[in-house]
Design a protein around this ligand. Structure first.
Ligand code: NAD
Length: 500
C-alpha cells in the first residue's frame, strides 16, 4: 500500500510536477514513516510564482475591507477546525496535543490582528507642506512574497507570515518544513474555502532545491525566513544578492536569570515548562538557567529534579502526556551525543534521560529530560543550540556576572529574569542585549499586536515578524506631493523647487 503523497497547492489546487524527489514524513512517536512529501524543482517554483504573480493584479486592488472579510472568514474556519489541525500537527511534529492547540491559538491571534488591516495599513497626510501643496504617503503591497518555515512551529510561524503578507495585499508562496508539511496544506484549503481567490496563497513543498529557486526568482519581492542560524545567514545573503527584501530569524540560546529573592517554586515551575515544553524544541525555550548564588542554585536544582520525576513522556496524542518525542532519529542521536559530551567535559548530569524507554513505543524518538549543573561557557552543551529536553544550570555570584554571560553570548533571541526587586528587573531590561525579555515570565513571546524577533545571531534583517513591523515589511511607501494649480500659477521656473 503506497503512503500518502503530500503535494503542492498552487492556484487553489493540489498538484505535483515532474520532480522525482520525495521526502520522508514520520510519526515521531511511532518512529515510522507515514507519508511522502513531494520535493519541488525549479519548474514547480516557476509555476507557483506565475500563479501568484497573476493573482496579485486583482488582489492588490481588492479593498482592504474586502480582504479583511475573507480573513475574518478564515479565522472562523481555523477556529472551527482547531482540534483537527492540532491533531495533524501532533502526528507529524510529536508535540503534545495541548501544546499543539496552544500553537494554533498563537497563530489565530495573528489572524485576528490581520482582520484590522483597514486601519493598520494607513499612510500619513500633511496639508499645506507648501502654499496650496499637500503631501501624503501610501503603503502599497510589494507583489509576490515568500515564507520559508521551520519544523518546530508548523502552524504558528507560517501564519505569522502568510496572513500578514496577504492582508497587506501581496500574494504568497509558503515553503513549509519538509518534516511536517500537512498543516500548511490544510490551512491553504481553509483559506480557499473562506473565499481567498486562486493563486493568492500557494504552498510549494520541498527542500534546498525549492528554496534556492525561490531565492533566485526575479518576480519574488520579499522573503520571510525562520530557522537555524546558518540557514538564516544563507537566506539573508542570497535573498539580498538577488535584490529582495528579507527578514531571517535564526536560532537561539535563551538564558533565564534567577535572583535569590525570587519565589523559587514559581521559578522551578516556570523553568520546567520553558525548558522541556515541546521537548525543548522551541526557539524561545530556556536552555540555560543562570542562578545567582550557590544557595539559590542548590534549591532550584533540587526543586526542578522533583518536578522532572513526575513528568510523563508519552506520545503527544495521549491526553496524559506532558512531553512528546523529538522530531527525528538524527536529532535524538545528536541530542544524546551532546549530553554525553557535557558529561565528558565536566558538567554534573543531575537528571539523565538518555536511556528512557516508553513501553509500546520503542521505535519512537523519545528521550527523557536531562538536567546539568555546574555548566561553564566553554562546554559544547553551552555553546550549541541543543534543541532538545536539556536544561543547563550555570552558577554566578551576581546580577552583573549573569548579565555578562548573556551579553557575551552570540545569540539574542529571548531571555528572562525572576526577581521581586523592581530596580533589579529594570536594570536587566534596560541593559540586556536580547530582543525579547521577560520579567517573571519565562517565555516572553510577544502577542500578535507586538512584533517578534531577536537580536545578534538570532536575527538578520530590519523588521521583525507580525505586529506593526510586519505591516512595514510587507508594504512599501509611496510619497506623493500634490498641487491643484489655479490658472494664475502658470509660469516657467528653472530654479530648484522650494516649498513655502
Ligand atoms: P532549518 O534551518 O533546518 O530549516 C528551516 C527551513 O529552511 C526549512 O523549510 C528547510 O527546508 C529550509 N532549509 C534547511 N536547510 C537549508 C539550506 N541549506 N538551504 C536552503 N534552505 C534550507 O531549521 P529547522 O531545523 O527546521 O528549525 C529549527 C531551527 O529554527 C532552530 O535553530 C530554531 O531556533 C529556529 N527557530 C527560530 C525561531 C525564531 O523566531 N528565531 C522560531 C522557530 C525556530
Amino acid at each position: 500500500m503506497p503512503l500518502p503523497l503530500l503535494q503542492n497547492y498552487i492556484n487553489g489546487q493540489l498538484c505535483a510536477g515532474d520532480s522525482l524527489r520525495r521526502g520522508d514524513v514520520f510519526d515521531p512517536a511511532l518512529g515510522q514513516k507515514t507519508k511522502d512529501v513531494y520535493l519541488s524543482n525549479t519548474a514547480d517554483v516557476a509555476q507557483a510564482v506565475m500563479a501568484a504573480k497573476q493573482a496579485f493584479v486583482s488582489w492588490a486592488k481588492t479593498t482592504p475591507l474586502k480582504r479583511a472579510r475573507i480573513i475574518f472568514a478564515f479565522n472562523q474556519l481555523v477556529q472551527e477546525h482547531i482540534d483537527e489541525l492540532a491533531a495533524l500537527l501532533t502526528s507529524e511534529h510529536g508535540k503534545v496535543l495541548s501544546d499543539a492547540k496552544g500553537e494554533m491559538i498563537r497563530g489565530i491571534e495573528v489572524i485576528e490582528y490581520a482582520c484590522g488591516i483597514p486601519s493598520l495599513m494607513r499612510g500619513a497626510f500633511a496639508e499645506d507642506v507648501g502654499t496650496g501643496i499637500d503631501s501624503y504617503s501610501i503603503p502599497q503591497p510589494l507583489g509576490v512574497c515568500v515564507g520559508i518555515t521551520p519544523f518546530n512551529f508548523p502552524a504558528m510561524v507560517p501564519l505569522w507570515m502568510l496572513v500578514m503578507g496577504i492582508a497587506c495585499g501581496n500574494t504568497f508562496i509558503l515553503k513549509p518544513s519538509e518534516r511536517d508539511p500537512s498543516v500548511s496544506l490544510r490551512l491553504a484549503e481553509l483559506f480557499t474555502q473562506a473565499g481567498l481567490p486562486q493563486g493568492v496563497f500557494n504552498v510549494v513543498q520541498g527542500d534546498k532545491e525549492a528554496v534556492d529557486a525561490l531565492l533566485q526568482h526575479p518576480d519574488i519581492k520579499a522573503i520571510s525566513f525562520v530557522g537555524a542560524t546558518p540557514t538564516a545567514q544563507y537566506i539573508y545573503r542570497e535573498a539580498a544578492l538577488h535584490g529582495k527584501r528579507v527578514q531571517a530569524l535564526g536560532g537561539a540560546k535563551n538564558h533565564c536569570v534567577v535572583m535569590p529573592d525570587a519565589d523559587l517554586d514559581l521559578v522551578s515551575d516556570g523553568l520546567v515548562g520553558a525548558a522541556y515544553g515541546s521537548t525543548g524544541q522551541r526557539c524561545m525555550a530556556i536552555s540555560v538557567a543562570v542562578i545567582v548564588g550557590d544557595a539559590t542554585a542548590d534549591q532550584v536544582v533540587d526543586k526542578i529534579k522533583q518536578r522532572l520525576r513526575i513528568l510523563k513522556i508519552l506520545p503527544g496524542n495521549l491526553p496524559e502526556a506532558d512531553m512528546g518525542p523529538l522530531i527525528t532519529q538524527q536529532q535524538l542521536i545528536r541530542v544524546k551525543g551532546l549530553v554525553t559530551a557535557g558529561v565528558a567535559q565536566g558538567a554534573s548530569l543531575v537528571v539523565d534521560g538518555r536511556e528512557l524507554n516508553v513501553p509500546h513505543y520503542e521505535q519512537g524518538f523519545f528521550m527523557g529530560p536531562c538536567l546539568f549543573d555546574h555548566v561553564t561557557p566553554e562546554m559544547s552543551i553551552y555553546q550549541e543550540e541543543i534543541f532538545g529536553p536539556v536544561l543547563c544550570v550555570m552558577r554566578v555570584p551576581s546580577l552583573a556576572a549573569a548579565m555578562n554571560v548573556i551579553n557575551e553570548n552570540p545569540y539574542g533571541n529571548g531571555t528572562a529574569i525572576y526577581t521581586e526587586n523592581g530596580a533589579v528587573a529594570r536594570e536587566f531590561v534596560s541593559n540586556i542585549q536580547v530582543g525579547m525579555v521577560g520579567v517573571n515570565v519565562p517565555i516572553p513571546v510577544p502577542m500578535a499586536f507586538f512584533s517578534f524577533g531577536g537580536w545578534k545571531q538570532s536575527f538578520f534583517g530590519d523588521t521583525h515578524a507580525h505586529g506593526s513591523e510586519a505591516i512595514k515589511f510587507y508594504t512599501r511607501l509611496k510619497n506623493v506631493t500634490s498641487r491643484w494649480p489655479e490658472p494664475h500659477m502658470a509660469g516657467v521656473e528653472l530654479t530648484m523647487p522650494t516649498l513655502g
